[in-house]
Design a protein around this ligand. Structure first.
Ligand code: FE
Ligand code: MN
Length: 332
């Protein structure tokens, strides 16, 4: 028994299932299927080309988010395929990882589509992870956090290695996908609510919905490894994890202030900071740790309003129906 280090696992035998939750996340992923080309960009192109539709601050915020996500998505895809897949040998968990890898390819495609339709300079967008310090700091933080499992000699044998593996999974799932994506989601969806760059905003909503499932899978994976290897989750290890989350929150706030320095109509970096604290608490609780901030959600509309839009969009714009209402899972 075990989701890692199980010599008895035959990775080609998916039935009978040991972890039905992994299969459920797979099915949710499939029912959320979408591709960026389904979303019209005409209005966005008009606004982007117009001299007056968007302020300089809004343009900067949009570029910062496209810059961060364009490279963060492929970083995540590489993590799954090159590192996590090798160590998680259970079949239904691997089936989910393949689904997630596909979704990351769709997300990568989304930013190609945005660059193409808006006529953005790819050298500018795809170099922001080198040229913009607050973006570089987030990417560097995750790359450093997840060094061990990229080591070709790394195995998950023994308590110290299991801790390293959990530590790296927290880097990918809880910090990258669970914290570093969320100020950007809030910014782009806030703009969308003001009818600015609605196509890009809708794509961010679809990505956010996918990411909420990635995060749920990641936390279930972490919690399963914890349960199956109780010696790995010591008090000092839990403190170390909490401290990583604290550092990640600092970086994500810095990013929010950098992308949105003086505030825009109805939204400002202080609110994004509160939102980051709120979601960091939710992530800590999700992996069995105490919350740190006790901050209320400054954007209660973020999950609810996007649920409604989504359903409306699906019925208005789609021929195919991938989505059923019962599968809308949000974890903001
Ligand atoms: Fe993604
Ligand atoms: Mn993801």
């Amino acid at each position: 028994m075990g989701i890692i280090n199980n010599k008895a696992t035959d990775p080609n035998k998916i039935l009978p299932l040991t972890y039905p939750w992994a299969r459920e996340h797979y099915k949710t992923g499939v029912s959320n299927n979408w591709v960026p080309e389904e979303i019209a960009m005409q209005k966005d192109v008009e606004q982007w080309k117009s001299a007056s539709a968007l302020s300089e601050k809004e343009r900067r915020l949009i570029l910062w988010n496209l810059g961060f996500f364009s490279t963060a998505e492929s970083l995540t895809a590489n993590n799954i395929v090159m590192a996590i897949y090798r160590h998680v040998t259970n079949s239904e968990a691997r089936q989910y990882l393949l689904r997630q890898a596909y979704e990351e390819a769709v997300h990568t495609d989304t930013f190609i589509y945005c660059c193409d339709t808006l006529g953005l300079d790819p050298d500018h967008i795809y170099n922001m992870y080198n040229t913009i310090p607050s973006i570089k700091e987030k990417d560097d933080f995750v790359v450093n956090l997840t060094e061990s499992i990229f080591d070709p000699d790394f195995t998950t044998a023994g308590t110290a290695n299991i801790q390293r593996f959990i530590h790296d999974l927290i880097g990918y799932y809880v910090i990258m996908e669970g914290i570093f994506f969320y100020a950007g989601f809030a910014m782009m969806i806030a703009l969308r609510r003001q009818n600015k760059m609605v196509g890009v905003g809708e794509q961010f909503e679809f990505i956010m919905r996918d990411e909420s499932v990635h995060l749920a899978f990641g936390c279930d994976l972490i919690n399963t490894i914890k349960k199956e290897n109780p010696g790995a989750w010591s008090g000092s290890f839990a403190e170390q994890v909490t401290d990583l989350v604290r550092q990640a929150v600092v970086l994500e706030k810095r990013y929010a202030y950098d992308a949105c320095p003086d505030g825009l109509l109805g939204i400002n970096a202080d609110q994004f900071s509160l939102y980051v604290e709120h979601i960091a608490d939710r992530r800590l609780e999700r992996i069995g740790l105490s919350k740190m901030y006790g901050t209320e959600n400054p954007f209660p509309w973020l999950s609810e309003s996007t649920d409604l839009n989504k359903e409306k969009n699906f019925f208005e714009t789609r021929v195919t129906e991938y989505q059923t209402a019962g599968n809308l899972v949000w974890d903001d």
